[in-house]
Ligand binder design. Structure first.
Ligand SMILES: Cc1cc2nc3c(=O)[nH]c(=O)nc-3n(C[C@H](O)[C@H](O)[C@H](O)COP(=O)(O)OP(=O)(O)OC[C@H]3O[C@@H](n4cnc5c(N)ncnc54)[C@H](O)[C@@H]3O)c2cc1C
Length: 292
């Protein structure tokens, strides 16, 4: 690994000042499960590594009536093991417990997963369907961005070189709502998704009609995709096999996968439809549970 300087700021102001001073020459470290792998392979060679684990705002996990705030450096393990968070947002547990294995989950953050911007990132589709927004700090102040607009290309995000992700904010789950995430990998664990998918639905008081729906798919395009056509195929409709198949078809049509060692184009398209249908059924089951 190359020589680099290390800083462990204790405040957001100090972190922002370091970013403003060093910009593209610095890299922020959350769990390091992507960054350190890249530095070892010399695919990233920052002059300065800024450890964010000691910054209170980046390590905060807070759930209240206004929603859920996840500091950018909060580990998957902390999120998944918080009973109140797990009960209000089970789709976060679906994906958080799939990132690597136990050791990785103890370090890896949702914030790092998002900033790394891999097309196959497992936490991003669930964040998208849950309506998560990224809270960003830079020299010009703070701004917010919907998570579906955060990744701009494989490995590239919408942050300017001096900006940092402070936290993710998720709205409170509506009543009669459910969300679900799943992925396909050729092995049982520790692999990158061939395709992944998430769905979030809100049902009417009778539990038969879908009032609102969001569908997202990953590993089938340069960035994780919010498939608005799939959500539109469900919203306002009665739950039937045909409705679910129409949404799955829309997800299949939106997929623009590549061919690689993990899967072929047709296989990925097919899987995008299958996983979308399964995510919808999982979300429906959870929405019906919350009715009781
Ligand atoms: C063995 C192994 C298995 C894995 N399995 C999976 C898997 O199943 N699914 C999956 O999706 N991923 C997987 N990963 C990838 C990785 O674990 C995840 O992407 C993880 O969530 C990254 O989080 P982190 O906190 O470790 O990020 P880091 O490595 O600390 O950071 C990732 C990137 O984000 C930047 N960054 C960090 N914090 C900020 C911030 N506050 N603002 C702006 N930029 C920031 C860093 O500079 C870096 O570029 C695996 C990795 C390994 C090594």
């Amino acid at each position: 690994m190359h020589d680099f300087r290390y800083a462990a700021p204790r405040s957001l102001e100090e972190t922002a000042a370091l970013m403003a001073e060093h910009g593209a020459g610095a890299r922020l470290l959350a769990g390091g499960t992507d960054l350190i792998v890249k530095m070892r392979a010399r695919r990233a060679q920052p002059a300065l590594v800024i450890d964010t684990k000691h910054v209170p705002e980046l390590s905060a996990l807070a759930l209240d009536d206004a929603g859920l705030t996840i500091g950018a450096a909060v580990s998957c393990r902390r999120i998944c093991e918080d009973p109140a968070v797990a009960s209000a947002y089970p789709a976060l547990v679906d994906c958080g417990t799939l990132v690597g294995g136990t050791a990785i989950q103890g370090r890896a953050s949702f914030g790092g997963n998002l900033c790394n911007a891999a097309p196959s990132a497992d936490t991003i589709p669930a964040l998208i369907v849950l309506g998560a927004r990224a809270r960003i700090l830079g020299p010009a102040g703070t701004r917010e961005l919907a998570v579906e607009d955060f990744c701009v290309a494989p490995g590239r995000n919408a942050l300017a070189p001096e900006e940092l992700l402070v936290s993710l904010w998720l709205p409170p789950p509506p009543v009669r709502a459910g969300a679900f995430f799943l992925r396909f990998i050729p092995r049982n664990e520790m692999d990158i998704a061939v395709v992944n998918a998430a769905a979030a639905l809100t049902l009417d008081p009778a539990g038969t009609r879908i009032e609102a729906a969001r569908i997202a798919i990953g590993a089938v395009a340069p960035t994780p995709l919010l498939v608005t056509a799939a959500g539109a195929a469900l919203a306002g409709r009665t739950v039937t096999d045909e409705t679910i198949e129409a949404a799955a078809r829309a997800a299949r049509d939106a997929a623009r996968p590549i061919d690689d060692m993990r899967g072929g184009i047709e296989q990925r398209r097919h899987l995008a439809g299958i996983l979308t249908a399964r995510a919808i059924r999982g979300a429906l089951a959870r929405a019906r549970e919350t009715e009781r």
